[in-house]
Design a binder for this molecule. Structure first.
Ligand code: FE2
Ligand code: FE2
Length: 330
């Protein structure tokens, strides 16, 4: 094992050798290495140029002793886009740590969601969203530590696409703790969570990211996003996903929107997504509010949002976050 300390580079990011070894075909980025045995270099050294067929070159990863692999920061999206095609092979790779797998899955998922928001009507993007959802679920089923490991990667700053991903990860965790046997529905439910705020792609960023309180008019515009999301997705995803997209702002006491549904009129998947949605929003930094720590977020949800959530599921959520299993879970 090489004990060389690799410096951090301003314009490059490290990539996992185990990931590179999965790639079959041409690389879509220049690949750099940091050689072992050398004293501090200012920059990594070019190893393979973009469009090199990697299938012919795999030996270089095993035979030579490189201390680390790098790509340019500008190529990060290209890298993750390519890795998406091989990501299912990472799940069972015994050489990779849970942390390493989490990072690849989380980063790939972020890029997929970003692309979905840019072009929500692209069938290709929705197919990518479905594939990455399936990967996240497979990963979540692999180990109890998978969900916490993914959540650790969440940034404290709020971006709609990371928020959508975090809501999906929290929701998958809560779903598994309440309905451990319903894996078929879990897929459509999780996809709905990933897409829950997709309607915001139709709302002006100036309103979405406004640093102060919203006017009543602006809030009315924001409140259109569930319907926009439903309209965008109605012929592209299944009913459970659409239910989450359209109803995630409904409240248990009937004071939510867009339909003012109440209690049992709200489905179980929606109830779960609604809890995850609010929790993630409270624990990330917004243009108008600092991030709350997990305990304060829970307290806010319990004391200041009375009637917002179904009590039973909210208690299950607290148990899930504290790592305990509810004895009454079905
Ligand atoms: Fe929303
Ligand atoms: Fe949301």
């Amino acid at each position: 094992m090489n004990s060389l300390i690799i410096p951090k580079f301003e314009n490059y990011v490290p990539v996992s050798k185990n990931c590179l070894m999965k790639i079959f075909g041409e690389i879509t980025f220049d690949l750099f290495i940091y050689p072992s045995g050398k004293k501090m270099l200012k920059e990594p050294v070019l190893l393979l140029r973009k469009n090199t067929l990697l299938a012919d070159k795999k030996d270089i990863f095993t035979e030579r002793n490189f201390a680390g692999f790098f790509i340019r920061k500008d190529d990060v999206a290209n890298f993750h886009h390519l890795i998406e095609n091989f990501i299912h092979m990472l799940i069972d790779d015994a050489q990779m740590t849970l942390q390493e797998k989490s990072e690849v899955i989380y980063n790939c998922a972020q890029h997929v969601i970003q692309d979905v928001f840019e072009d929500p009507r692209s069938g290709k993007n929705i197919k990518r969203a479905k594939d990455i959802t399936s990967t996240i679920i497979q990963f979540a089923l692999l180990d109890n530590a998978s969900i916490p490991s993914l959540l650790q990667l969440s940034s404290h700053d709020y971006y709609t696409f990371t928020h959508c991903l975090n809501v999906a990860v929290f929701s998958i965790g809560l779903w598994q703790s309440i309905f451990p046997k319903q894996e078929q529905e879990l897929m459509d439910f999780a996809l709905g969570c990933i897409l829950h705020d997709v309607g915001k792609s139709r709302i002006d960023d100036a309103i979405l990211n406004k640093p102060g309180p919203l006017t009543a008019e602006e809030f009315d515009i924001i409140k259109r996003h569930p319907q926009y999301g439903y309209d965008l997705m109605k012929d592209m995803v299944k009913d459970i996903s659409l239910d989450v997209i359209l109803h995630h702002h409904e409240k248990h006491d009937g004071r939510g929107y867009p339909e003012g549904l109440k209690g049992e009129q709200i489905s179980d998947p929606v109830k779960i997504a609604a809890i995850a949605d609010v929790y993630d929003a409270l624990t990330t930094r917004r243009a108008y509010a600092e991030a709350r720590d997990p305990f304060k977020a829970m307290l806010t949800m319990k004391e200041e949002m009375v009637g917002h959530f179904e009590q039973e599921k909210f208690i299950s959520f607290i148990h899930m976050l504290s790592g305990k299993k509810r004895p009454t879970s079905q």
